[in-house]
Write a protein that binds this ligand. Structure first.
Ligand SMILES: [Zn+2]
Ligand SMILES: [Zn+2]
Length: 165
């Protein structure tokens, strides 16, 4: 979905997004609205997207799908604005700033970038996820593992011993 910058009218362009973004890192249905405005040589993209992404729970390591809300507010500058040295000084941390080149803005790239930026750092399949047992690797959401039983038993045995003494 490429947008020719020169064809953006003064009143801007509105896009209803209903696409599936597929890349090496992502396969995600996305929907929402984007508004594209041209201000001089700069292009402002604003809107809201909802992406259905596959995440891996940081506790139990299970894959799960989740809806992620993506607020979009990015200013694009023509990359031609930059001269040699500045190009090298460009940092990825400048999240709300992008560059377009050749007078074309690729909305797919933009959407993919915005999804990646909004993925949770420590996804949880469920707020109450119990994770996996560090000893045997069992999924504790499915119930206590044997390690836990052994611990409980030995504690109980010790208690019995104490009571006998
Ligand atoms: Zn989990
Ligand atoms: Zn265990």
């Amino acid at each position: 979905m490429k947008v020719l910058i020169s064809e953006i009218p003064v009143e801007g362009l509105d896009f209803d997004i209903k696409e599936t973004i597929k890349s090496d890192d992502l396969s995600s249905p996305v929907r929402g609205q984007l508004r594209i405005l041209k201000i001089g040589a700069e292009v402002v993209v604003r809107g809201n997207l909802m992406a259905d992404v596959e995440l891996q729970c940081s506790r139990c390591m299970k894959d799960f799908r989740s809806e992620v809300s993506i607020p979009v507010d990015v200013i694009y500058h023509p990359v031609e604005e930059l001269r040699g040295e500045e190009k090298h000084a460009l940092r990825v941390e400048e999240l709300d700033m992008g560059f377009y080149s050749g007078g074309i803005l690729d909305l797919f790239d933009l959407i993919e970038e915005q999804i990646m930026l909004n993925l949770p750092m420590k996804p949880l399949c469920n707020e109450l996820c119990k994770g996996i047992c560090l000893k045997c690797g069992a999924d504790l959401n499915a119930g206590d593992c044997a390690c836990n039983e052994i611990n409980k038993d030995s504690r109980f045995e010790e208690l019995k011993k104490l009571l006998k003494e």
